[in-house]
Design a protein around this ligand. Structure first.
Ligand code: SAM
Ligand code: SF4
Length: 354
């Protein structure tokens, strides 16, 4: 692990930022209703996407300011050509401790081995339903079988644990909770339920459709018995043991958004990301780089910092570092979803990078 940087990315509330989520494309091969419009999506022109060289330079500068943990996302990151080459380049940066990727899994069967060989350490697969018909309702496309094949391939090439992220939506996925609970109990899969957030392209989000963390727990406990919340210390110990890595800086403070629970009978565990009903903003350590090179200090930010402009105007590293620092300095205390004057950002999730 790299030593403490001379400068940090600290906001005005004292939160130190060590985790960067990088969107590598806004394109996607499905159309989840909570993220994308059904048809006629206006994707970015290719020339607007950051090149691998631009991403790598940004990360190098970020590492000098304390970034230690990266996650690649999108859009669907696996549709970006040559992604393993980017992963190799990022892995080679001294100071990057951890690289993860979030994918819908459709292209994973073909790419899992290459991703692993390139140095990818962690993989989250998004799958909201274990029933193909519900999958289709959410994604407005076919592909359930391909995702299953992708999950098997990921397991075969050694990704452990397999983490599944499932957005929980009232009126659509309640009846998936128990099957997911069984999956978590009967296999080595970690299932993490995510509360539905107001980041859809159609601005049709309604609070009533958020299946809350409390309801998810109640339903699972009614079926499987008590769930016990894991302390962050327990979680760090397990995560690092499973990866055989030293304790990660950004995990030791307990900033991970998923609250973990284990079943009292010792069989399996689940996570819940309660961004709406139990926001974790006060310990947030992450920020985002969009595919077109805008830096965002929060998913729900209404403002962005144009890094691509700087990168393409031949700005020197110190100017880019200063832009990163002012972006973080301007971060608000919280995302504001629960305040009456909340305003949904213009960019939907696929265009920000989840
Ligand atoms: N395409 C990849 C995937 O689906 O895993 C990566 C990008 S996707 C935007 C990242 C994550 O954001 C996925 O787990 C997805 O389910 C989640 N997501 C997208 N829109 C969301 C919303 N409105 N509320 C909660 N989670 C959302
Ligand atoms: Fe695509 Fe991921 Fe958005 Fe679904 S959540 S539409 S898979 S980017």
């Amino acid at each position: 692990m790299a030593s403490k940087p001379a400068q940090q990315l600290m906001d005005s509330f004292g939160r130190v930022h060590t985790s960067l989520r990088i969107s590598v494309t806004d394109r996607c091969n499905i159309r989840c209703f909570y993220c994308m419009p059904a048809e006629d999506v206006q994707f970015l022109p290719r020339a607007d996407l950051l090149t691998f060289e631009e991403i790598v330079r940004t990360v190098r500068i970020g590492v000098s300011l304390g970034i230690r943990k990266l996650r690649l996302t999108g859009g669907e990151p696996l549709v970006r050509r040559d992604l393993p080459r980017l992963i190799q380049q990022l892995t080679a940066i001294d100071g990057v401790d951890d690289i993860g990727l979030t994918t819908n899994g459709l292209l994973l069967a073909d790419q899992a081995a290459e991703l692993r060989a390139a140095g990818l350490q962690r993989l989250n697969i998004s799958l909201d339903a274990l029933d193909p018909q519900v999958f289709r309702k959410v994604t407005r496309r076919d592909g359930f079988e391909q995702v299953q094949q992708g999950i098997s391939a990921a397991r075969d090439v050694g990704f452990r644990p397999i983490k599944i992220n499932a957005v929980a939506i009232r009126g659509l996925t309640e009846d998936q909770l128990i099957p997911f609970g069984k999956l978590a109990r009967e296999t080595d899969t970690v299932v993490r339920f995510i509360e539905y957030m107001p980041l859809d392209a159609d601005s049709a989000w309604e609070r009533d459709r958020v299946l809350t963390a409390r309801e998810i727990l109640t339903r699972l406990e009614a079926e499987f018995g008590p769930l016990i919340a894991e302390s962050s210390a327990e979680r760090d110990k397990k995560q690092n043991a499973s990866r055989q890595l030293p304790l990660l800086h950004s995990e030791s403070g307990g900033q991970a958004p998923a609250r973990r629970y284990r079943f009292a009978d010792g069989r399996g565990q689940i996570g819940i990301i309660a961004s709406v009903t139990e926001p974790f903003c006060s310990s947030c350590d992450r920020f985002r780089l969009t595919a077109d090179g805008k830096l965002r200090n929060c998913l729900f930010s209404l403002e962005e910092t144009d890094l691509r402009g700087l990168l393409r105007e031949s700005a020197d590293d110190s100017a880019i570092a200063a832009a990163m620092q002012s972006c973080i300095a301007a971060k608000l205390a919280g995302h504001g979803i629960n305040s009456p004057d909340f305003q949904q950002p213009d960019r939907p999730m696929y265009s920000i990078g989840g």
